[in-house]
Design a binder for this molecule. Structure first.
Ligand code: CAA
Length: 283
């Protein structure tokens, strides 16, 4: 099947990035959020990113305008009634996502594929609340979306082969690299990344080294672009904790136990870059 019209649900960091890359690739995109101000913030980020590309000579002003012209504001989920694909990038909460998927199932055309950008929640469980589980799939983009090449494509238990193929082809059109993954807690990216970040937090908690030293070891010793504690702040400590909880609950293995220091920071409201303070302080 061919995809032309897309709705992205959630105009936050991930949703706005996904909407940007889809519009850049020539798709018509409805960017949906609950409030005008959330949409406006997302559009502001996209405009800033595109302007930077113009300044750097990577695109012309008229290309930028054409991309923005393919983006439409949506404040009503019923606007999904004529799209071929929905990519949901709302908050990481199973109840909220299930409620969105239930609504989408009744609103979106029968042929439409329902994708979620969840970082670790089970695709199969989301699919089960719809009457089209074979058309439900995971598309896990990495942050920052315009920069990172990977998209994990996650098959739910019932995802049909042609749906997988359509999404894989579409991902390539976004100039991203699709990687096929099965539906297990944390998929691949976060099953490997989050225990590393959690271990870095334990290393700090146990006083093995300072936060700067821990980050330097991984940056300079392993060539990671960011140290794990900086990366945790960048991702959001609430998100890191949520993913660790999903791994812990999903596998029932103590090796995934979230570090008490991570819990403490989240309870204190130290959520990382977005709240101005995490392991580091942000002005
Ligand atoms: N949006 C768009 N473009 C961005 C950006 C953003 N938020 N942040 C950086 N960029 C662009 C910059 O504009 C710059 O592009 P040009 O100079 O070519 O115009 C380029 O990226 C490099 O940026 P900087 O020079 O400012 O900084 P940097 O070299 O340190 O790179 C980085 C920034 C790309 C974020 C790099 O530090 C990095 O790769 N960090 C690791 C990111 C990572 O691991 N992401 C995955 C997180 S896990 C996840 O997303 C999954 C999950 O479920 C939790």
């Amino acid at each position: 099947m061919s995809i032309q019209k897309i709705m992205v649900i959630g105009a936050g960091q991930m949703g706005s990035g996904i909407a940007q890359v889809c519009a850049q690739a020539g798709f018509d995109v409805k960017l949906n959020d609950m409030k005008e101000e959330f949409f406006a913030r997302g559009l502001g980020t996209i405009t800033k990113n595109l302007s930077r590309n113009v300044d750097k000579g990577r695109m012309t002003e008229s290309e930028k305008e054409a991309i923005l012209g393919r983006l439409t504001k949506s404040l009503d989920i019923n606007d999904a009634n004529d799209v071929d694909l929905v990519i949901e990038a709302a908050v990481e909460n199973m109840e909220i996502k299930q409620s969105i998927f239930k609504q989408l199932d009744t609103i979106a055309p029968a042929h439409a594929i329902l994708a979620t950008n969840t970082s670790s929640l089970p695709i199969t469980e989301l699919a089960a609340v719809t009457n089209r589980p074979e058309q439900v799939i995971g598309m896990h983009f990495m942050n920052p979306v315009p920069v990172m090449k990977l998209v994990e494509i996650i098959r739910g238990l019932a995802t049909a082969d042609d749906v997988y193929q359509t999404i894989e082809d579409m991902t390539k059109k976004l100039e991203k690299v699709p990687v096929e993954v099965n539906d297990f807690p944390g998929f691949v990216a976060n099953r490997i990344l989050m225990p590393m970040i959690n271990e870095a937090i334990y290393t700090l908690y146990e006083g093995v080294a300072t936060k700067e030293a821990i980050d330097d070891v991984m940056k300079l010793g392993m060539n990671h672009p960011m140290g794990p504690l900086t990366l945790a702040d960048f991702i959001g400590l609430d998100t890191c904790l949520y993913i660790m909880e999903t791994l812990y609950e999903g596998f029932g293995d103590s090796k995934y136990r979230p570090c008490p220091l991570l819990r403490k920071y989240v309870k204190a409201g130290w959520l990382g870059k977005k709240s101005g303070r995490g392991f580091y302080i942000y002005e």
